[in-house]
Design a protein. Structure first.
Length: 347
């Protein structure tokens, strides 16, 4: 469902709170979020917008952009909530961002809204130049049902998954195996991402997650981690491109006051960074650390990485990065004392 500017879009903008399943809408009305908003770039930002608020904000941005931001409902979750995608730009180089595959890892979603606002609202020379070079497509909150429950999985009480939890749902980020067609994918929302990726055909695909709190070998806290495809079937040239993107990620977040490590990820082909790497995307994972007292800055760091990837793709400088520099990104060390270490790989 593509929404255009004009009377129809303004009507959707006014009624965006109705664009959720009736039961979910009633629950949200009865129990509004008590999350404290943060400030990003001088603006107050909700780090965990509700399903209704997310729809409202996306359609508001489409209106404010005068049509530069195009919003689509790419499908619905198992409980009927819309899964949204937004697209901006008309350039040859194609970039896809995916946020919140895991429902309890939210901060990439407000960063995506801020990215759309930053590049799509206004008519500055740098915006026009950027959007003439790249097209950016964002699946904004891939897992709305998991978001509502504040858990990792989608919602499927009939699930008996290889990856997930029986009676709860599937771990969406284990179901991107290119050998499995979207219509055969048991994880509904993963199938939606597969279809969007196949129709968009991105050069770059970046998947935003969150992790626990970790330090490096010297005890310095890590604020984010990144990794490229590690499946042995990914072409070396595509791995090198992903490493170039990972270095851009590191430099942008470190330059914004963060500290990026390598993520110790696995090589299973169903993980998004591996699955889309096998399809030839420059495929990269970004994990924001769960640091409550730094939540505002974590959103800023994710936004900085989104902007840096787009800008370096637009001017071609990402291709000039030495892929070997990725190996110099420090490894992620042990969990920070007093925090709970993850019992499984988040991505």
């Amino acid at each position: 469902m593509r929404l255009k500017t004009g009377t129809a879009l303004l009507s959707v903008f006014v009624s965006a709170g109705l664009l959720v399943a009736p039961a979910a809408q009633a629950a949200e009305t009865a129990a509004p979020s008590a999350t404290t908003a943060t400030t990003v770039d001088g603006r107050t930002v909700d780090p965990r917008p509700s399903t209704a608020k997310l729809a409202f904000e996306l359609h508001k941005l489409a209106v404010l952009s005068h049509g530069k931001i195009r919003v689509d409902r790419i499908g619905r979750s198992n409980e009927g909530r819309p899964v949204w995608a937004a697209r901006v730009g008309h350039g040859k180089t194609r970039i896809q961002y995916v946020t919140q595959q895991h429902g309890d890892e939210p901060l990439g979603t407000p960063a995506a809204l801020e990215f759309l606002r930053k590049v799509g609202v206004g008519h500055s020379a740098w915006q026009q130049k950027l959007l003439a070079k790249v097209t950016v497509d964002i699946v904004v909150r891939a897992n709305p049902d998991g978001h509502e429950r504040d858990w990792r999985y989608n919602y499927d009480p009939t699930a008996t998954p290889e990856y997930g939890e029986k009676g709860k749902g599937y771990d969406i980020n284990r179901y991107h195996d290119p050998a499995v067609a979207p219509e055969d994918n048991p994880a509904t929302e993963a199938g939606l991402i597969q279809r969007r990726n196949a129709s968009f055909k991105p050069d770059i695909m970046v998947d935003y997650h969150m992790q626990g709190r970790y330090r490096d070998a010297d005890g310095k806290e890590i604020t984010a981690s990144t990794m490229w495809p590690t499946h042995p079937g990914v072409k070396p040239s595509d791995v090198d491109f992903a490493k170039q993107i990972a270095v851009v990620v590191q430099r942008s977040i470190d330059g914004n006051g963060g500290y990026v490590s390598q993520y110790p990820g696995g090589d299973y082909q169903g993980i998004a960074r591996n699955g889309y790497g096998l399809l030839g995307n420059g495929s990269v994972l970004i994990e924001l650390s769960l640091i409550p007292e730094r939540e505002q800055q974590q959103i800023q760091d994710a936004l900085a990485s989104m902007l840096a990837i787009a800008r370096t793709a637009a001017d071609g400088s990402v291709r000039k990065v030495d892929p070997a520099d990725a190996e110099a990104i420090p490894p992620r060390g042990p969990a920070l004392p007093g925090t709970v270490e993850e019992g499984h790989e988040a991505a």
